[in-house]
Each structure stands twice: as structure tokens, then as C-alpha cells.
Design a protein around this ligand. Structure first.
Ligand code: IFM
Length: 469
């Protein structure tokens, strides 16, 4: 058995978000998720929307004690723009929402749990989407900065870790390329515009934060997916290079390396997809500095050179590659046969170390999806047996530990997620939590993985036998 010990003061906890947990009570405004679900419930698994979900708004005290019970020293959630702000054009907050977020964060702090607070988790206010096209519009980047300023002024003395955006590429993919987020458009040029404007909104929020001279740190959470190929042929290597450029470097280079990849600009120009920009806005983005990076990782990306002709009438990254399934891969039988590749954690860490100045980062989401049936019922000892997750988490942690030993500047790990939460159009199709949410009673029930995590967090280490045979 080998013992894997993590650096001192390592952050252990989980991540979630406002729209996926709070419920919609007392919101003055709707987000695009609230309105999209109201208008098209059939787009959501079993028609379930974001209204009730974990009811964090009412149960946050109970939930913070559940966090404490399984050893968290930190927790990420997000402030909902559509809850906190009463007047989007001025940034004036809503008093009731201010009270809720103060109480929620105070409760965490009182329990020794560091709140890590994100400002945007896919949840554009409905009015801003309808009136301006959300992040299609430059004006909305200013409104986002007003929202951020309000949040910093209200909570900046107690929240020490701020995050501007979670997975900023996902609203671009979902809303403008692949039809899984509102406004469900398919338009490569608009996608590039929204991507650029999100980075601009990020930079404006970071600028505000710096101007307020607060004592905490600010960062961004990116979903980084290393790309692997079918074989070593130059064609496949080139396909992987394109996938990496479009999905990873598109955000990572401007936000961490302070430069837009020239090849990306050239490529977008070829497809007539270059966004409308000003040099001043480009500089605002490339001049801005994050204190830390969050990285979300679930599955690797596998590609091969295109064999079939590209048939879509608008640009997507797949113009340059085809997705590929490794016949020798390992797959999660409970999640659409998603590939399992713990080594990707090491590869991400090495890339950040070698190509991105070894910026301080934490693993901001890692999780293993299972459906309710595969997790099974509550066992006679009162625990849900999701041991499948424990062995996989150990394998991923071995890779993270190896990366840290080899110099990765990683300061924590957050599991996705704390209590099973609502997940966009998938609703509750897949479960990820340390606690099960009983949708009919709201009861939270511990899973074995949660108890295993408690020991890991408390001991700051775990033991594992690699290849026991
Ligand atoms: O639920 C999502 C989350 O909002 C962002 N990262 C992936 C999770 C699981 O799909």
C-alpha cells in the first residue's frame, strides 16, 4: 500500500452553483434557464426545471453542517446575477438576496469553510438575453462588470476567493454551436463574438476587483480537456492540434498567457468568423491578470483526422477533426459510456506547468456520474453504496499527486458535487453528489464516497494499492 499525502493547507471540498441548487423562490428576475424551462419544458429531462432543486435558499444552514460533517474546508457556489441584482443597468442589489448571500457565506465561514464565489455559471438574466442578446452584446459586458462590482463591494471583505466565470466556453458551445443552452443558435461567427465578449466581461470584472483593493484573489475556472489521437500520423496530430486550439487555447492563452493565439485569429478569419472587436478591448483582456486558475476535468477528448466530408452549413470546430472512440478505452457504464482516463489529470497539470508559467491552480471540478438505479437503494447501514466512484477517484488522485510531486502548482480539489443537483437540460438524469437528494422529500442521504472523502480531507492523504496483482 502506498500513502499519498497532499501539500499542507490543501483545499478539499466540492463545487456547485446558484442556479443548480438554490431554487427560484423570491427571485425578482428570471435567468434564461428559468424562462427556457417555462417555455419549453420538453427540452429538459423528465421536464424537471430549476424551481425546486436542492432548495438551498431555505436549507443552507443544514447543508453547511452537512459540508462540515464530511470534512470540507472550502466550497464553491455562485451568486445568481438574476437574484442579486434588482436593476441591471445600475447594479443596484436586491435587499432580500443580499441578506441571503451574507447569511449563507457567514454560515460557511463560521464552520471553517472557505467560500469560493463564482459570478457566472451559465445564468444570463432573461431580460438581458432578450433585450441585448446576452453576451452577443458589448453593453452586457459592462452590465456584468456592474454586477461584479456590487458583489465585490457587498461581500469582498468576507469572500477571499472570487471566480468570474465557470467554463466560459460552455455557453458558447451550448448556446451558439451545439444547441444545448438557450438561445440555441447555430452560428460560428456569433459563437466567436460571445466567446470574445465573455473574456471582455471577465477582464472588466477583474479590473473592478483590482480597483477596490480587496485582500482576496480572483481567478477563472476553465474546463480543460486534453486531446488524444487515434494514432501518431501527422494528420491525426494536426487534428488534435486544432481541437486543442479551439477548445483549450482559445480561452487559456488570452486569460493566462495574455495573448490571443495568432493561428486562432487566422482560422476564424478563414471561416469569416472573426468577432467585431476594438484594440482597446483586446488589450483589456490581455493586460488582465488572474491570481489563480480553476480546472474542471471529466473526460478526455479523442479525435482523428476528418474522413467524412464536413456537411454543416455553419462553422464548428469539427470542421477540423472527427471525434473518435478508442476501442481499447475504459468507459463509465453509467454515463453514456464516457471514457475514463485518470492520466489526463497529469497531462493537464504538466501543460500548465510547462506552458502557462506554472500558475497556481486547483482542480475545481472532478466528478463521476451515475444514475439513481446504478447507485442503488439506501443500504441497511443507512449509506448509499457508490464504491464505484471511490476506486475511480483514487486513480485520479494518484495522478494528481504524481503531478504535484513533479512540480504542479496545485492547491486544492473540489468534487462535483456536494448534494445531487439539477444539471441543465439533463436535469437529474445523472447524479454526482456526496449526498443523494430525494426529490420527493428533499431529504439528503450520505453516499459511501462522501464518507471516504471525509477521511481523505481530514487526513490530507489516502492509501492505495496500485496494480495489486
Ligand atoms: O453540472 C455541470 C456543471 O454545471 C458544470 N460542469 C459539469 C457539471 C456536470 O455536468
Amino acid at each position: 500500500m502506498t500513502t499519498y499525502t497532499f501539500p499542507e493547507h490543501f483545499l478539499w471540498g466540492a463545487a456547485a452553483s446558484g442556479p443548480q441548487t438554490e431554487g427560484t423562490d423570491y427571485k425578482l428576475h428570471r435567468s434564461i434557464w428559468d424562462s427556457w424551462h417555462a417555455n419549453q419544458p420538453e427540452r429538459f429531462f423528465q421536464g424537471i426545471g430549476p424551481e425546486k432543486v436542492c432548495e438551498t435558499l431555505h436549507r443552507y444552514k443544514e447543508d453547511v453542517s452537512l459540508m462540515k460533517n464530511i470534512g470540507f474546508n472550502s466550497f464553491r457556489t455562485s451568486i445568481q446575477w438574476s437574484r442579486l441584482i434588482e436593476d441591471f443597468e445600475t447594479g443596484k442589489p436586491n435587499a432580500e438576496a443580499v441578506r441571503f448571500y451574507h447569511d449563507y457565506f457567514d454560515e460557511m465561514i463560521a464552520h471553517g469553510i472557505e467560500p469560493m464565489i463564482n459570478l457566472y455559471h451559465f445564468d444570463m438574466p432573461e431580460t438581458l438575453q432578450n433585450q441585448y442578446g446576452g453576451f452577443e452584446s458589448n453593453h452586457v459586458t459592462d452590465l456584468f462588470a456592474l454586477f461584479a462590482k456590487t458583489a465585490f463591494e457587498l461581500f469582498g471583505h468576507k469572500v477571499k476567493y472570487w471566480i468570474t466565470f465557470n467554463e466560459p466556453i460552455v455557453p458558447v458551445e451550448g448556446g451558439y454551436l451545439y444547441d444545448f443552452h438557450y438561445p440555441c443558435k447555430k452560428d460560428g461567427k456569433l459563437a466567436a463574438q460571445v466567446g470574445f465578449n465573455i473574456m471582455l466581461a471577465h477582464a472588466k470584472a477583474v479590473k473592478c476587483y483590482r480597483e477596490l483593493n480587496l485582500s482576496g484573489e480572483i481567478g477563472v475556472v476553465l474546463n480543460l480537456t486534453p486531446t488524444y489521437t487515434r494514432n501518431d500520423s501527422p494528420e491525426d496530430q494536426k487534428a488534435a492540434w486544432y481541437a486543442d486550439l479551439l477548445f483549450n487555447r482559445s480561452f487559456l492563452d488570452p486569460l493566462v498567457k495574455h495573448q490571443f493565439p495568432k493561428e486562432l485569429c487566422k482560422l476564424l478569419a478563414t471561416h469569416n468568423c472573426l468577432p467585431e472587436i476594438t484594440q482597446a478591448d483586446v488589450s483589456l483582456i490581455t493586460d488582465s491578470r488572474v491570481d489563480f486558475l480553476g480546472v474542471n476535468y471529466y473526460v478526455p477528448r479523442r479525435v482523428k483526422a476528418r474522413e467524412a466530408q464536413y456537411t454543416l452549413d455553419y462553422f464548428t470546430p469539427e470542421f477540423y477533426f472527427e471525434n473518435y472512440i478508442d476501442p481499447d478505452g475504459r468507459f463509465n457504464p453509467y454515463r453514456d459510456n464516457n471514457e475514463i482516463l485518470p492520466q489526463a489529470i497529469y497531462d493537464i497539470a504538466a501543460n500548465i506547468r510547462d506552458n502557462y508559467g506554472n500558475i497556481k491552480w486547483y482542480l475545481a471540478e472532478i466528478g463521476i456520474a451515475m444514475d439513481l438505479d446504478s447507485e442503488g437503494p439506501v443500504q441497511p447501514d443507512g449509506i448509499i453504496d457508490d464504491s464505484f466512484r471511490i476506486s475511480l477517484m483514487k486513480e485520479h488522485l494518484v495522478e494528481l499527486h504524481r503531478a504535484i510531486t513533479d512540480g504542479a502548482n496545485c492547491f486544492g480539489l473540489h468534487h462535483w458535487t456536494f448534494i445531487d443537483n439539477w444539471s441543465w437540460i439533463n436535469s437529474f438524469k445523472r447524479r454526482y453528489g456526496f449526498y443523494r437528494l430525494d426529490l420527493s422529500t428533499g431529504e439528503r442521504q450520505i453516499k459511501r464516497n462522501g464518507l471516504w472523502f471525509k477521511a481523505l480531507a481530514q487526513d490530507n492523504q489516502f492509501t492505495y494499492e496500485v496494480n495489486p496483482l
